[in-house]
Ligand binder design. Sequence first.
Ligand code: GDP
Ligand code: MG
Length: 202
Amino acid sequence: MTIKNATYIKSSAFIAQCPEHHAPEYAFIGRSNVGKSSLINMLAGNKKLAKTSATPGKTLLINHFEINGGAWYLVDLPGYGFAKRSKTERAKLENMIAGYILQREQLTNLFVLIDCRHEPQQVDLEFMQWLGESGIPFSIVFTKADKLGKQALGNSINAYMKRLAEDWEPLPPYIVTSAETRQGRDELLDYIESINKEITQS
Ligand SMILES: Nc1nc2c(ncn2[C@@H]2O[C@H](COP(=O)(O)OP(=O)(O)O)[C@@H](O)[C@H]2O)c(=O)[nH]1
Ligand SMILES: [Mg+2]
């Protein structure tokens, strides 16, 4: 699938503010700094579309990007697990994220981003557990693949999936990506296209 155009629509603090449409939404979530905004820009082929930052914890809103004239949407969600936030700020963000994930009818698939260099972290494992219990369809996207050599990358992902196999049967699908080298771009776009096709057929 090709992305012909990608347009920023708006940033919303809660679901009632989100854009009104009936197209599928693909949302990206994960810890602050995992590479959500960079991945969206890499997919869209526009480095300036979503704001990226070397300082974690900057995205505090739900950001909608319209793809191919509204055929579908990419959604950049705030990062979770950012330690430097106050308790009340964290609770507010968690409510916003949970509200979107549980109530947004257009949400078609959630991509949970994991830095390929990291060992399984409790916050991510618990988040995926919660998604499972809530019946939310999700897939894993490993980010920053350019930061590891081929062998180390393979080992790290195998170890991660092995840990997930303790909780999951079948395992969630996963895609390995890099915003730097554009690794995984076609695979991710084909994956989205196949889900879009399934929806229009049903
Ligand atoms: N080397 C490398 N750096 C990345 C990649 N993706 C993101 N980054 C860097 O990681 C930092 C956080 O990225 P950002 O997209 O803002 O993360 P977010 O907080 O999850 O939205 C930025 O400094 C990015 O340049 C990647 O695939 N490879
Ligand atoms: Mg971001």
